[in-house]
Design a protein around this ligand. Structure first.
Ligand code: NAD
Length: 455
């Protein structure tokens, strides 16, 4: 038996027996559910994160991701088979290492691979023969082969011979109670057959189904194509909203009717723009890599710019509407001067505690530039967090939603339609309502007197 096949066989045997030890690098929205899924499947699992506060809270059993079952983290920790640590040296004990670190954009909108590079360097320091390393972060096609692999091979070990390497894109949909890590099929790709077989075996052991593809770059491209598809369709539906509104047609009714077609149409819905760590970012990675490869993605680039412009367009729309009511502004550059507005929902998505790249916060800033005094209400954010791209808003507090307070605003604008707020109260007491999500219609609350404006 040759060397590489002996490593392959021993790791291959430790997967069905659940003797393989799993390490997940990065315990965020992707890494933590993934680590718990490996634990649920019977594997001893550790999670490694640089953020000491997050590690401590996880070890205390705190529900650091709101939509996970309340006792899921605590019971995993109590079992003794799952724990979180900051100690990267523990990577040496793992048989399978899954890297789930952030892949944001730089200030000039290019791929920021610093976290992936740093995590790969940590793994390289501890790499030993027989380990399987899988990158899960969303990256440009070629990153596993051309960025991660050389870092790991700087250890002197060779991928596909001494250790195994591949890519599997994360498809986590935060807040989705129907599809979680365990029951979403997972694409897996590697550049050698032994790595691909091990990755396929591992994911088949922890989730519903692994979907093998012929290379790591193919698997990397799958993720970017999925997110670019959504980016383009969101831009398209927002454009349709504006065009149909000019014709006096309700886009929401059109989509509901079009969605009855059993083939060839997939509903996307208008909104205040796109946010989160994924949908706005992946198309930029694809575009950057296409240019690098001598190609281009003009349609995707146009959709990105179109989506980025939505919050400013909505702010101008709100200003125009309120100015019609209150007469010409004293200062045309600040048409909302003196107007108090309440934004409902500042997370980027319904029922998640995440404001990364949230269009609601961009809209808040735009409305203030136009002179408004803006408060917000969001049950997931009693106050706005420190750091990140909205550092200037840190510390602001969510205002309570009461009949008395709602009446004091010139308008209430629903930006992110969390489940918890009392929309009936808003419908009864708000002077004017701007609804970017069609939430009042969706949950069947009538707003009388023409006070509701879908924007
Ligand atoms: N959030 C989503 O909905 C989602 C969905 C699909 C894919 N993704 C992709 O998954 C990846 C991770 O995203 P996320 O939302 O989980 O990010 P996140 O910011 O929620 O979590 C990342 C975690 O990694 C930790 N970290 C950073 N560098 C580290 C290092 N060198 N070693 C150990 N820990 C480190 C951070 O402290 C943080 O806790 C990204 O590439 C993202 O694009 C995210």
């Amino acid at each position: 038996m040759n060397f590489e096949s002996s490593h392959h066989i021993s790791l291959g045997q430790s997967i069905p027996s659940r003797n393989a030890k799993i390490a997940v690098v990065g315990l965020g929205y992707v890494g933590l559910p993934l680590a718990l899924t490996a634990y649920d499947a019977g594997f001893d699992t550790i999670g490694i994160d640089l953020n000491g506060t997050r590690v401590s809270r996880i070890m205390q059993g705190a529900q650091v991701i709101s939509y996970l079952a309340p006792d899921r983290i605590a019971s995993a920790v109590d079992s003794g088979r799952f724990r979180a640590t900051q100690d990267r040296a523990e990577l040496a004990d793992a048989d399978i290492i899954l890297i789930c670190v952030p892949t944001p954009l730089t200030a000039d909108q290019k791929p920021d691979m610093r976290f992936v590079t740093a995590a790969a360097e940590d793994v390289a320091m501890q790499l030993r023969p027989g380990q399987l390393v899988v990158l899960e972060s969303s990256v440009w096609p070629g990153a596993t082969a051309n960025l991660v692999r050389p870092i790991l091979e700087s250890s002197g070990l060779r991928a596909g011979r001494d250790f195994f390497l591949g890519f599997s894109p994360e498809r986590e949909d935060p807040g989705n109670h129907t599809f979680g890590t365990q029951n979403i099929p997972k694409v897996v790709g590697a550049d050698d057959p032994l790595s691909l077989q091990l990755i396929e075996d591992f994911y088949n052991a922890i989730i519903t189904r692994a979907v093998p593809v012929s290379s790591a770059a193919t698997a990397e491209a799958v993720k970017l194509v999925e997110n670019s598809f959504r980016t383009v369709n969101i831009a398209l539906v927002n454009e349709m909203k504006t065009a149909l509104e000019a014709m006096g047609v309700d886009v929401w009714e059109v989509i509901a009717a079009a969605a009855t077609k059993p083939f060839g149409f997939m509903p996307f819905y208008p909104g205040p723009g796109i946010g989160g760590a994924c949908i706005p970012v992946s198309p930029a990675y694809l575009s950057w890599r296409a240019t690098d490869a001598g190609s281009a993605t003009p349609l995707i680039d146009l959709a990105r710019h179109s989506n980025d412009a939505v919050p400013a367009t909505l702010a101008a729309r709100i200003a125009a509407d309120l100015s019609r009511e209150s007469g010409p502004p004293v200062d045309p550059a600040r048409p909302l001067g003196g107007q108090r507005l309440l934004l409902m929902g500042i997370a980027y998505k319904r029922d998640v505690e995440d404001t990364r790249r949230s269009p609601a916060l961009v809209l808040l800033e735009q409305l203030e530039i136009l002179g408004a005094e803006v408060d917000y209400h969001d049950p997931f954010f009693p106050h706005l967090p420190e750091g990140g791209e909205f550092a200037n808003l840190a510390g602001r507090q969510s205002v309570p939603l009461t009949a008395e307070s709602v009446k004091t605003y010139a308008a209430v604008a629903v930006i992110t339609d969390h489940s918890a707020p009392d929309y009936a109260l808003v419908a009864s007491h708000a002077t004017r309502i701007f609804d970017t999500r069609n939430v009042f219609h969706r949950i069947g609350i009538a707003v009388d007197g023409g006070r509701l404006i879908k924007i």
